[in-house]
Design a protein. Sequence first.
Length: 76
Amino acid sequence: MKDSLVNQCLEILKRDDIKNEFKMLFKPVLDFILYEINPYIYITIGLVFTIFLMILAILVMLILILRNKNVLSKLL
């Protein structure tokens, strides 16, 4: 009995008209969620880009310091 009910529900969900109805039902909810999350996505991308630039600057400074052993010995 339970298996047949599950199978019937799965068969109903496989129909294209039911899929389209679910899409239309959840589209406003998903649009609202994306609208609310959008600023946080931009902030996260900005922070990741800033951290990348800082790591790149540290790498360049380390390469310059290691090329000039005189600068390294003066600091120590």
